[in-house]
Design a protein around this ligand. Structure first.
Ligand code: AGP
Ligand code: GLU
Length: 596
């Protein structure tokens, strides 16, 4: 979940590393550090805090053309200066930054390093001490690094400096994402393209168990056994404007308001030359041929998957099961005879999803990944990929990826078996227009957030049918950025116990977009109101009453999540703003969860 970046070349490296880390900060931001190599040796600056705090401790007078940096999401060892990266070996010869988890760090310390004094509580320090150990035993540096790779169980993206060789960055990768950036007179290493896009848009994608040696004029890639690998570089289709906030105070607000544009872009990207919906035949055929689709995802993507199940089952008559990735890995259900696995992941790097992909591939099953990141691990390792074309999503709190995932799922579904003859492009175009009109109501959302949530410690979103799945997503939005304990709850289930939590002024937000359950959910609103709740209704025009607070222009009921979620995104945004929370980097979170 952290971000790493390295540079070796002809420019002063400080600002390149620091600005690269700023582009990676969404991946983890509890502490940060940088190592700068020059004739004085390896100069390390690191501490708890954000990149802006790191900037304040970096000595401007230190000139260097070789450096590595790290922004951390702690897994082993509290966020403090000692545990922040970079970490050094006991002789201070080797310096290293790491993204991932070393699962067998205790065994390695007991087996090889019992005589070594460890400075930190991190698993990471085990790696750099092990490299030192093997070099002390006579191994060449490259062999010592590859030997260390062979001993490690777990995930790592590493950038390593050797004080005795100030012209090289060594790197290594297993499960955690890592790219090598290709420059003219310089080269880079980084967790993703955004950390390096200001300097280059040409990259090598690194695979598991690969070892990399980088100088300012060369990038050499090897297997863990030392065999040279020839790779084709790829060009990243990101431009800098995509990853800047522009006029917006927060990425989240920018990304909420990009949603109409993203829906229209998806229509365009999934059109054939005649303007009709198009997805590669082999993907459609494999979805048609399977006897069940297993949707595997986490967090917001899991919530999009729940809507995907509704689409696949109710439009395409395709049996579908949606399973949280981290559950599937260790508690796999009885599978159908001919399953197809559909991974939904904005980042395409979520370790929990990747663990499932590795497992089902070994079982010989086919996989399709829906992701926002071209060339991401899940995309590269699945049989097929469908891209979201949503542009980089920087805010930790996912918004445009959620609606993009549902839009792509709706196109896929109607191409597999359009049993209700929905004109999907016509409906999605209408959705984009309705989203646009909803984005014009920001004053309403700001006021509702203030009236209902200011000073509140808990909140409920309630709904039935597909609205219940939207409530789960709405609740995640609110809790993850405002820290208000929020539950998405099946409206009909509340009375079976949880209604005991309702007290005077407890905010309860009902989402009602399905005619079939309109009156049922309204009864549930009355039940909670009778117990003191402060209720708010989000509904469609055709179902609305004069007391409903948020009324949305009517859209196809199967696609209502795409518009019902918009006001919930804004309400979460304003609730967090009014509480002084860090909107784009909520506490304890990271954008891409690349550790299990
Ligand atoms: C959503 O707001 C959260 N940031 C989180 O739940 C996220 O959706 C989850 O970690 C899955 O990420 P992915 O889509 O990149 O796999
Ligand atoms: N496991 C390492 C640590 O806790 C790296 C965590 C990360 O990938 O951010 O420092």
């Amino acid at each position: 979940m952290c971000g790493i970046v390295g540079y070796i070349g002809y420019e002063d490296v400080k600002e390149i590393i620091l600005s690269g880390l700023e582009k990676l900060e969404y991946r983890g931001y509890d502490s940060a550090g940088i190592a700068l190599v020059n004739e004085d040796g390896v100069n390390i600056f690191k501490d708890k805090g954000r990149i802006k705090d790191l900037r304040s401790i970096v000595d401007e007078n230190v000139k260097s053309y070789l450096g590595i940096g790290h922004t951390r999401w702690a897994t082993h060892g509290v966020p403090n200066r000692i545990n922040s990266h970079p970490h050094q070996s006991c002789s201070k010869r080797f310096t290293l930054v790491h993204n991932g988890i070393i699962e067998n760090e205790v065994d390695l310390r007991n087996k090889y390093l019992s005589d070594v004094h460890f400075e930190s509580d991190t698993d990471t320090e085990t790696i750099v001490q092990l490299i030192q150990k093997f070099v002390d035993e006579g191994e060449a540096v490259e062999l010592a690094i590859r030997h260390t790779m062979s001993e490690i169980q777990g995930s790592y993206a590493l950038a390593i400096l050797d004080k005795d060789d100030p012209n090289t960055i060594y790197a290594a990768k297993n499960k955690s994402p890592l790219l090598a950036g290709i420059g003219e007179g310089f080269n880079m290493i980084g967790s993703d393209a955004m950390a390096m896009i200001s300097r280059t848009n040409m990259f090598y994608e690194l695979e598991d168990k690969e070892f990399i040696k980088i100088t300012k004029d060369s990038i050499d890639i090897y297997t863990i056994y030392g065999a040279k690998i020839d790779k084709k570089p790829f060009k990243a289709d990101i431009d800098l404007s995509d990853i800047e906030k522009g006029i917006y105070p927060h990425y989240m607000l920018k990304e909420i308001e990009e949603q109409p544009f993203v829906i229209r872009k998806i229509i365009n990207q999934y059109s054939n030359e005649n303007g009709y919906p198009y997805i590669e035949k082999e993907i459609i055929d494999d979805v048609k041929d399977c006897d069940k689709v297993y949707i595997i995802a986490c967090g917001t993507s899991y919530h999009a998957g729940l809507v995907g199940k509704q689409l696949l089952e109710k439009i395409a008559n395709k049996p579908t099961e949606v399973i949280i990735a981290s559950e599937f890995v260790y508690n796999m259900p009885l599978l159908s005879k001919k399953p197809l696995f559909l991974f939904i992941s904005q980042s395409g790097e979520t370790a929990d999803c990747r663990s499932v992909l590795v497992k089902i591939k070994k079982m010989g099953y086919k996989s399709l990944t829906i992701t926002n990141v071209k060339g991401s691990t899940l995309s590269r390792e699945s049989d097929y990929t469908l891209l979201l074309h949503a542009g980089p999503e920087i805010a930790v709190c996912s918004t445009k990826a959620y609606t993009a995932q549902i839009a792509v799922l709706s196109i896929l579904t109607t191409l597999v078996n359009n049993t209700i003859s929905i004109d999907i492009f016509k409906e999605l175009s209408k959705i984009a227009n309705v989203m646009e009109s909803l984005c014009d109501n920001v004053d309403l959302y700001r006021k509702l957030a203030e009236d209902y949530l200011l000073g509140q410690r808990s909140c409920f979103y309630i709904g039935r049918h597909i609205d219940y799945f939207v409530c789960l997503e709405a609740a995640l939005k609110l809790k993850e950025i405002s820290y208000i304990q929020t539950e998405g709850f099946a409206a009909g289930e509340l009375k079976h116990g949880t209604i005991a939590l309702i007290e005077d002024r407890t905010p309860v937000i009902a989402i009602i977009t399905q005619e079939a359950i309109n009156l049922n959910t309204r009864s549930n609103i009355k039940e909670v109101k009778a117990r003191g709740a402060n209720t708010l209704v989000i509904t469609m025009k055709k179902l609305s009453t004069e007391t409903d607070q948020i009324v949305i222009d009517d859209v196809h009921e199967m696609l209502s999540p795409l518009v019902a979620i918009i006001s919930a995104q804004y309400i979460a945004y304003y609730a967090a703003l009014q509480r002084g929370c860090d909107i784009d980097k909520p506490r304890n979170l990271a954008k891409s969860v690349t550790v299990e």
